[in-house]
Design a protein around this ligand. Structure first.
Ligand SMILES: Cc1ncc(COP(=O)(O)O)c(C=O)c1O
Length: 398
């Protein structure tokens, strides 16, 4: 057959979070009464001033190609925002704007990972990291975090996981799915570990604006010796409720950024000109909407955490960032609910969907079988209803 798909792509899995979100949405369309806690996106609308900036850009005729790596205006806006949020100074040639942070990561992985290179990735990880590493023919090296640290990476975990092939580390703090934020002292130790082992770091800081309980969000690039070996990844999707606009960015040493920009210029070219104009407004305009959304997420976080920890056989550590709860379901393993034996998180997610009408994401896609991820980026009313449903189902089991 002339159309045969490469081995490379045959081995690639579709994003499990997107797949389950699509499944839940299709059940809802069919009229099933399902509350969707699978989505990895804010439920808020994009703030009005940002939408207005997009309209203005269209009216002004900003509807043509822009430079492939993003407009100068947006690069300057990114640079200013990074300066404010991380204290780091990047020149426009050290910044690349892409079609979402996922695309920024892809460009960075393609630029940094050669076939056979080991890449350390803490578990649980965002579903996309191992797949992108494998696409680049790198070796995915999971880093298990000792249970007592509740998802917070330490150099002790890295010491155990590192191999002679390791070349880089993908960090994600605050983490999707665990919501864990690496505190500053530990981040400093990780930075020293990275320098000692001559590794590079991809630091995915997409949830950096969404931290709670006074947690401090620092970029690992701000520690000594790290700027020249780190690519910072961020974007507007989560903080500004702009998931559909598809704007992400990377900042790092200009040689790597130039290589990433070349790849982009030969693959996608520029991200949407209109979205770029909107992103300038997001990054430079009034930041009050970000705070309002963060306060809302915080209220939902506290409520959902408290409710989950009262449901039979479920526990979640306190997340300090992002908008997810990472729920340990291990007491349910080997038990039966509604005639189905629970062997892992996939089984429990299935039962919650079928019997309680609540959609959550099984932990397997994030590298952990006995957990599931629940997004609290939805209204208090729906969260309360979802918690009632789960409690009713699980407390009725003998
Ligand atoms: C950890 C993490 N990084 C990156 C992204 C991608 O964001 P974007 O929508 O900008 O591609 C996501 C989205 O779910 C995420 O959770």
């Amino acid at each position: 057959m002339p159309l045969s798909v490469t081995d490379r792509l045959q081995q690639l899995s579709p994003s499990p979070t997107m797949a389950i979100d699509a499944k839940v949405k299709s059940l809802i369309r069919e009229g099933r009464d399902v509350i969707n806690l699978t989505a990895g996106e804010p439920d808020f609308d994009t703030p009005s001033a940002i939408r207005q900036a997009a309209v203005a850009a269209m009216e002004k005729g900003e509807t043509r190609y822009t430079p492939a790596g993003g407009t100068q205006e947006l690069k300057r806006a990114v640079s200013d925002r990074l300066q404010k949020d991380t204290g780091l100074t990047y020149q426009p040639e050290e910044i690349l704007v892409s079609v979402g942070a996922k695309h920024s990561l892809y460009n960075a992985v393609m630029a940094l990972v050669s076939p056979g290179d080991g890449v350390l990735v803490p578990v649980p990880y965002w579903v996309t990291y191992p797949e992108q590493v494998r696409l680049a023919e790198g070796i995915f090296e999971p880093v298990n975090i000792a249970a007592e640290r509740q998802g917070e990476l330490s150099t002790k975990d890295l010491e155990v996981a590192i191999t002679p092939k390791s070349r880089g580390l993908i960090l994600n703090s605050p983490s999707n799915p665990s919501g864990a934020v690496i505190e500053s002292g530990e981040l400093q130790a990780i930075a020293e570990f990275v320098v000692d082992h001559d590794l590079w770091v991809l630091s995915d800081e997409i949830y950096g604006r969404l931290v709670y309980e006074g947690a401090e969000q620092r970029s690992i690039a701000s520690f000594r010796g790290m700027r020249e070996r780190t690519i910072v990844i961020n974007g507007v999707s989560k903080a500004y409720a702009m998931t559909g606009w598809r704007i992400g960015y990377a900042a790092g040493p200009k040689e790597v950024i130039a290589a990433m920009a070349n790849l982009q210029s030969q693959s996608t070219s520029n991200p949407s000109s209109i979205s770029q104009a909107a992103a300038v407004a997001a990054l430079t305009g009034d930041q009050a909407p970000v705070d309002t959304m963060r306060l809302n997420f915080d209220q939902r976080r506290r409520y959902t955490l408290e409710r989950i920890n009262r449901i039979t056989g479920l526990t979640a550590a306190t997340p300090k960032g992002a908008f997810y709860l990472w729920v340990d379901l291990s007491p349910w393993l080997g038990k039966e609910i509604a005639g189905r034996r629970i062997e892992n998180g996939d089984d429990l997610a299935f039962v919650l969907l079928e019997e309680a009408g609540v959609g959550v994401v099984p932990g397997s896609g994030f590298g952990v079988d006995d957990h599931f991820r629940l997004s609290y980026a939805t209204s208090m009313k729906l969260l309360a209803d979802a918690m009632d449903r789960m409690q009713r189902l699980l407390s009725s089991v003998e």
